[in-house]
Ligand binder design. Structure first.
Ligand code: LMR
Length: 455
């Protein structure tokens, strides 16, 4: 009976916003959720989004159902944005993309895919990580364990720990990586460290699984922020990538993102370069139909193995694009009973902005503006802390972190003091969203941090 149901605990991130709304103090500051605010601390709708919405109104677009895999124009531009339109994985049709309900929904689809087709495989997640990752894998019944990431002593990356934990994991594990602007720490590997990470993942036959929630928002450059993903793709590895447009296009409530699966192995990639031809529509349909028939009976991986021996398929088409079609058909099969098909509005906005050169350039300028404002408050917070704190503590780690967040090093008790005494709302792990901070509030925040830290 329903009366036996206990109260669930508040969400560690979204619950902070609920507590903030209930606080009536005028000094209150919400640095909990990662959502961009203007210098006046107001929500911001990008100009390019308004322009794209006007275009949609002018065209009188309808509200018919999308296909299960989402809007084709969106799926095309989102994969191109991630990899670069000229990337061989795009040209050779090795990427299976389906629209997802922003980052969370896309991760959840991928988690269901792992649970179904890689039974028993575990996902390695960074310690710490975004508060929702563990929930997603728990609910999908995918086992997970943690790899070391954050070193409290250096307030930096525990690179040796990370490498040795990835090495120690059972062969064929999924390794969840943050494409850029690691959430919550704001600490990213250097390009050399990314090389080393991909070496180890490749050696261990693991499958990289990227969460890309901040492309363009971390450094201000879309290409630079995708370089980690592109490095792995260039090595011919099979990988999963979840994308979100919540932050970089400010489309939080539209729930727009995607899950991309790159179907490739070094061996298959080489073969495909020799035989550079693509699947015909008829063949795609034939493959999808036959997969539907057999997949209830056979595990897809067995089917893949079987079909990979078929000389006809190997000789007459790009094998990785065949795998893409198979994988996509299975992702659709998972999505249909979960939410049927995704919403259209955000997908059209992204397709219009990314697919139109003029709007695309305007978007890049707006993203630079947002990333720039965050960098300015980061600098001002560091300056204020350094000037006010007489203890000699080195606050320079704040400047080394990138993206929306700063991981302050405040523990749970200190974080609670920030909220209870100073009305500053943050997550209990000491993460603050600099996107919710204004230059005008930096001094107040510095006072709160110093007081909570030392008392
Ligand atoms: C965050 O980390 O604050 C955001 O990704 C919002 C969320 O859904 O948790």
């Amino acid at each position: 009976r329903f009366e036996g149901i206990a109260m669930a605990p508040p969400d560690p991130i979204l619950g902070v916003s609920e507590a903030f709304r209930a606080d009536t103090d005028v000094k209150k500051l919400n640095l909990g959720v990662g959502a961009y605010r203007t210098e006046e601390l107001q929500p911001y709708v990008l100009d390019v989004v308004k322009k794209a919405e006007n275009l949609m109104l002018e065209r009188g677009e309808n509200k018919e159902y999308l296909p299960i895999e989402g809007l084709a124009a969106f799926n095309k531009v989102t994969a191109e944005l991630l990899f670069g339109a000229d990337n061989p994985v795009i040209k050779q049709q090795k990427v299976a993309t389906i629209q997802g309900l922003s980052g969370t929904g896309s991760l959840r689809l991928a988690a269901a895919f792992i649970e179904r087709y890689f039974p028993g495989a575990q996902v390695l997640i960074s310690s710490p990580t975004w508060g929702n990752h563990k929930n997603i894998f728990n609910d999908a019944r995918v086992p997970w364990s943690e790899y070391r990431y954050y070193d409290p002593k250096t307030v930096g990356l525990d690179f040796e720990g990370m490498i040795s934990d990835i090495k120690a994991a059972p062969e064929g594990s999924f390794v969840l990586l943050h494409g850029c602007a690691h959430n919550p720490t704001g600490i990213d590997p250097t390009p050399e460290q990314w090389e080393k990470i991909s070496d180890v993942i490749q050696e261990k036959n693991h499958i990289p699984f990227f969460d890309v929630a901040y492309q363009g928002f971390a450094s201000g450059s879309l290409d630079a922020d995708a370089s980690s993903v592109r490095l792995f793709a260039a090595r011919g590895m099979e990988l999963l990538i979840a994308q979100s447009y919540s932050k970089n296009l400010g489309l939080y409530a539209e729930r727009i993102g995607a899950i991309n699966v790159v179907c490739s192995t070094a061996d298959a990639a080489a073969r495909c370069e020799d035989i550079d031809c693509t699947l015909s529509r008829d063949m795609e349909e034939m493959v999808v139909k036959s997969v539907r028939l057999v997949s209830d009976v056979w595990n897809i991986t067995h089917y893949l193995l079987l079909i990979s021996w078929c000389p006809l398929v190997n000789l007459c088409c790009n094998w990785d694009s065949v795998k893409g079609v198979l994988v996509k058909s299975q992702l659709k099969r998972i999505a249909r009973p979960m939410y049927s098909n995704p919403p259209v509005h955000g997908a059209r906005i992204v397709a219009n902005v990314v697919g139109d050169p003029a709007l695309f350039n305007e978007w890049k300028a707006e993203m630079e503006m947002m990333a720039g404002r965050i960098k300015n408050v980061r600098q001002k917070l560091f300056d204020s802390l350094s000037a006010k704190d007489k203890s000699g503590k080195d606050w320079s780690f704040i400047l080394k972190q990138i993206g929306m967040f700063s991981f302050t090093g405040l523990n749970k008790t200190q974080s609670e003091s920030m909220t209870n005494k100073w009305h500053v709302y943050l997550t209990k792990d000491g993460r603050i969203s600099l996107a919710g901070l204004s230059l005008a509030k930096c001094e107040y925040l510095a006072d709160a941090i110093i007081d909570s830290y030392h008392n």
